[in-house]
Design a protein around this ligand. Structure first.
Ligand SMILES: [Zn+2]
Length: 292
């Protein structure tokens, strides 16, 4: 069988070297049924067709992002660890192809605790996969998923996140750092609250000189749906209206700042720019450049 080229893409934000690394892609069957909660299936179907995608099955890609500051290597989200879907297990090979070593990662900054973002912190046997990394998490996200009293206030389909939170962060006890909105991960890199997708979901604003990147996590999953139709929210958003409000605020800032954005579930290489378009946004994918 023919092999695909390694899935990593490199760009610069000021003097920072940024690499987006593909974990793989799964398929959502029948995305017009029950996925978008506040639009009827005909509207979702035409959005998918307008984008040239298939209403029978929609890819759900997974991408993590690495920032090398010269002093530190910072990974944003840990991916699936190959433990959720056998087709989504490319981070080790793609990081290696990019010359990135998990053992050299200094900080793993997490956007939220859904399993596709934190399961890659540990192996199937639950050993730490980033042996020297400090783990940075949004304080609000940590507070939600470590408070037993929140279980009945959480959608039933997401209650497994409580146990997976204990499991995946367990091996990192003593090297976890909780960040409030606006707090610094490292010089020039700050957490930006974007609650709604989960109660403490947050993005990261990465700046150097006059350039900026927003690591958007799941502010929007597929841009053809939730960026284009920014009012829409999905079955995996814990608080849909709040997720939509956060998305408009964050992508609005990115558009105004002409900042680059990278989305965890955007189609690889998952980064580019956004422009306001009616009530939503247009995603302008990055272009290949030999100059990094
Ligand atoms: Zn996700």
């Amino acid at each position: 069988m023919a092999e695909q080229s390694p899935g990593f893409y490199r760009y610069k934000v000021g003097s920072l070297v940024v690499t987006t690394v593909l974990d793989g892609s799964s398929a959502r069957a029948n995305p017009t049924q029950g996925f978008v909660l506040n639009a009827d299936s005909a509207a979702v179907r035409s959005a998918i067709l307008d984008a040239g995608l298939s209403p029978a099955s929609l890819d759900n890609p997974y991408n993590v992002t690495v920032v090398q500051t010269g002093r530190q290597t910072i990974l944003f989200d840990a991916g699936t660890g190959g433990q959720l879907n056998p087709a989504v297990n490319r981070i080790p090979a793609n990081m290696a192809a990019a010359g990135l070593d998990p053992a050299q990662v200094d900080i793993v900054a997490i956007t939220h605790f859904h399993p596709d973002h934190i399961s890659g912190l540990t192996s199937a046997a639950n050993a730490a996969l980033f042996p020297k990394a400090e783990i940075v998490v949004p304080a609000a996200e940590w507070a939600w998923w470590t408070t037993e009293g929140n279980v009945p206030r959480t959608p039933e389909a997401q209650r497994g996140v409580f146990a997976n939170t204990r499991r995946r962060f367990g091996p990192y006890a003593g090297r976890l750092r909780m960040l409030a909105d606006g707090a610094e991960v490292a010089p020039g890199i700050r957490l930006v609250a974007a609650h709604g997708h989960t109660p403490g979901h947050s993005a990261y604003h990465v700046t150097d000189g006059n350039q900026a990147l927003y690591v958007m996590g799941d502010c929007s999953s597929r841009p053809e749906l939730f960026l284009r139709y920014a009012d829409w929210y999905s079955v995996v958003d814990v608080d849909g209206p709040m997720a939509s409000a956060s998305r408009k605020r964050l992508f609005g800032r990115a558009a105004d700042e002409r900042a680059r954005v990278v989305g965890f579930h955007f189609p690889f290489p998952a980064n580019g720019y956004v422009a306001r378009d009616g009530g939503g946004f247009r995603f302008v994918p990055t272009e290949w450049s030999s100059a990094v």
